[in-house]
Design a protein around this ligand. Structure first.
Ligand SMILES: [Zn+2]
Ligand SMILES: [Zn+2]
Length: 99
């Protein structure tokens, strides 16, 4: 049935320029077109991370700067309920009941 899958593992596509190996020919092709020999033009505005593919930058932003990019969410943990001082109920003073 699946005789073709056996032995296909070591048949990888090697980039002739940098030696990176890819499982799929299309992956190597897109690497040669978008990555290999190209200067990284996607620069993270929050740190020194740079990459060549925009989707990688978006992935980086989601992983490392989640709080910075998510709208409405402030940095740090917002307190759900402020610690209100619970009023201590003072027991009524005992009276000397006249018996
Ligand atoms: Zn390459
Ligand atoms: Zn970053």
């Amino acid at each position: 049935m699946f005789a073709l899958t056996a032995g296909a593992e070591h048949q990888r596509h090697v980039c002739p320029q940098c030696g990176r190996t890819y499982k799929w020919r299309s992956s190597l092709k897109s690497h040669l077109q978008n990555e290999c020999g190209k200067e990284p033009k996607c620069i993270c505005p929050y740190c020194t991370y740079r990459c060549k593919v925009r989707s990688n930058l978006l992935k980086h932003l989601r992983n490392y700067h989640k709080s910075a990019i998510s709208p409405g969410a402030p940095t740090g943990t917002a307190p759900t309920a402020p610690p209100s001082p619970s009023p201590l109920i003072t027991p009524p003073p005992y009276h000397n009941y006249p018996r």
